[in-house]
Write a protein that binds this ligand. Structure first.
Ligand code: ZN
Length: 272
């Protein structure tokens, strides 16, 4: 919630030389750090240290919202704080009714030219009350986007590099790190060098992460049998059912055998 309250009033409750509580009249989340340089006799683990080496005792107090208490304490100093809060509740009412009423006279006869002005994630429009002639500004904040009609993006993949091209980090095994190219970007880009000279554009939608280690026929692996681990254990890769003859992605399939003669057809993500 936003607040228009111009002044935030705090009451710090001290007793026995210690801060017991902090009270506020604001709806904002207010945190107060207590910093006491009187550290004689303090336990070492209670001390905090500033970058300049100065040590102090302290903790963070979460301010407690208690308008009547704050009012009473400020009134004891002859300090009235009603004025600010009135504006705060006018603000709350205005939001509750989605800005249908003049915040000054309450009339629904208000008019806005309809045009919006924007700066960054803030947008505003000017409103006039036709009854009392007050003017104000409605403020909007960017909240989300919707109805995205996304165009196709491409990434550059290389099986020999076991990765996707990133303009910042060169080859990386995960799709998330890859540079994404629009169709215009594909036309403008040169394919990067790769070990096997096999860099190519593929649709982002078809890209899947490479395994963090490459596996080949003959490699020893540990299979985590998804069937309650009954056949889990150490196996050797016997055959690999991919074009390249290597296990590159977690969805690739291979055939395992172990010394005891057990065999299994497994998916790479079951291996560790
Ligand atoms: Zn009005």
């Amino acid at each position: 919630m936003t607040t228009s309250q111009k002044t935030i009033n705090l009451v710090v409750h001290v007793e026995g030389g210690l801060v017991q509580a902090v009270y506020t009249d604001s709806s904002l989340n207010i945190r107060v750090s207590i910093q006491d340089f009187d550290i004689e006799g303090a336990d070492l683990d209670e001390l905090a240290t500033l970058p300049n080496g100065a040590e102090f005792l302290g903790h963070i107090e979460q301010a407690i919202r208690d308008n009547p208490h704050v009012d009473a304490v400020f009134a004891a100093f002859d300090q009235a704080i009603e004025c600010d809060r009135k504006e705060d509740s006018a603000q709350e009412n205005y939001l509750k009714t989605h800005g249908k009423f003049c915040p000054n006279c309450g009339s629904m006869n208000i008019e806005s030219p309809g045009s919006m002005e924007a700066d960054g994630n803030l947008v505003w429009s000017f409103v006039t009350c036709m009854d009392c002639s007050s003017t104000w500004q409605d403020n909007y904040r960017l909240e989300s986007f919707s109805d995205l009609d996304a165009t196709t993006l491409k990434v550059i993949k290389s099986d020999s590099e076991r990765g996707y091209w990133s303009n910042q980090n060169r080859w990386s095994f995960d799709v998330a790190s890859a540079s994404k190219f629009s169709l215009a970007g594909v036309l403008a880009a040169n394919l990067p060098m790769s070990l096997g000279n096999d860099a190519e554009f593929i649709d982002l939608a078809d890209a899947q992460d490479y395994l963090s280690t490459e596996l080949s026929v003959g490699d020893e692996v540990f299979w985590n049998d998804p069937d309650q681990g009954i056949s889990s254990g150490i196996y050797k890769i016997h055959t690999i059912h991919t074009e390249s003859g290597k296990l590159l992605h977690s969805s690739d399939v291979c055939f395992l055998k172990n010394d005891a003669g057990s065999e299994a057809e497994v998916i790479a993500h079951e291996l560790s």
